[in-house]
Design a binder for this molecule. Structure first.
Ligand SMILES: [Zn+2]
Length: 252
């Protein structure tokens, strides 16, 4: 893919990077990424991927913008309150970068939606806020052989993990890491709170991991969990063990 003069200027700072260059930029512009959730994590993921010129973003979110979202969901502004998040996200991202096509899915994802969408995507991003959806996307990534980049945030803490279970049979999956969904409402930002900037850190790391996956550069976080505590500014990486009896990726 050849870049026009506008694109050469727009992407100049990353074209300078040996790991990206013109060939890498062409790969980004040709890529399609599935993003589940346009909330506190999905906002920085979408903004950085669109700014970097990831050509197509499929963004699924069934919610409307609420006043209480604006403290962390930086895709949205006060006049957007009450509008569908996917629709506003598409407008914001296309204003940022007209190279990017955004397809908004303004409904709760189902297995059928994932089956129709994931085959066209190179990477799936979990930026959702509930375990049922996380397990659903994790299983769909196995079925459609896609890498999965997940993030979670609560209070002043965050987690990033990515999974290659759809690509390598020996790799652990999200369900191996969390065999049981915690009690609902026990661990949600709605009840326990979250600092907006912490969602920004986690979502930004997810965006960087997605670009690494798309370009096959660096060492992916795959199979490891990054634990972030911003109050102490501690980052820890721990290896995720594959669960031989995992209901998703174990032998059936
Ligand atoms: Zn598993």
């Amino acid at each position: 893919m050849s870049l026009d003069p506008n694109q050469i200027e727009r992407y100049s700072r990353q074209l300078l990077l040996r790991e990206i260059g013109g060939i890498g930029q062409g790969k980004l512009l040709s890529a399609t990424v599935f993003l589940l959730g346009a909330g506190g994590l999905g906002a920085p993921v979408a903004l950085y991927l669109a700014a970097a010129g990831v050509g197509t973003l499929v963004i699924a979110d069934s919610d409307n913008v609420d006043l209480s979202n604006l403290q962390r969901q930086i895709l949205f502004a006060t006049p957007d309150i009450g509008r569908a998040k996917g629709t506003v996200a598409a407008e914001t991202l296309q204003r940022l970068n007209p190279d990017v096509r955004v397809r908004a899915i303004n409904q709760r994802v189902t297995g059928a939606i994932l089956d129709a969408t994931l085959p066209d995507c190179q990477v799936a991003v979990d930026a959702s806020d509930n375990f049922a959806t996380r397990y659903l996307l994790n299983a769909a990534c196995l079925k459609h052989h896609k890498p999965l980049v997940t993030g979670a945030v609560l209070g002043f803490s965050g987690q990033v993990a990515s999974f290659h279970h759809g690509i390598r049979a020996s790799a652990p999956c999200y369900h191996c890491l969390f065999p049981n969904a915690p009690e609902q409402n026990n661990a949600s930002c709605t009840t326990a709170g979250v600092l907006g900037g912490v969602a920004g850190i986690v979502g930004t790391l997810q965006a960087v991991e997605v670009i690494k996956e798309l370009l096959a550069i660096g060492t992916p976080l795959a199979g490891e969990l990054l634990l972030i505590s911003t109050l102490d500014l501690l980052f820890h990486r721990v290896r995720i063990a594959k669960n031989p009896t995992c209901p998703t990726c174990g032998p059936s």
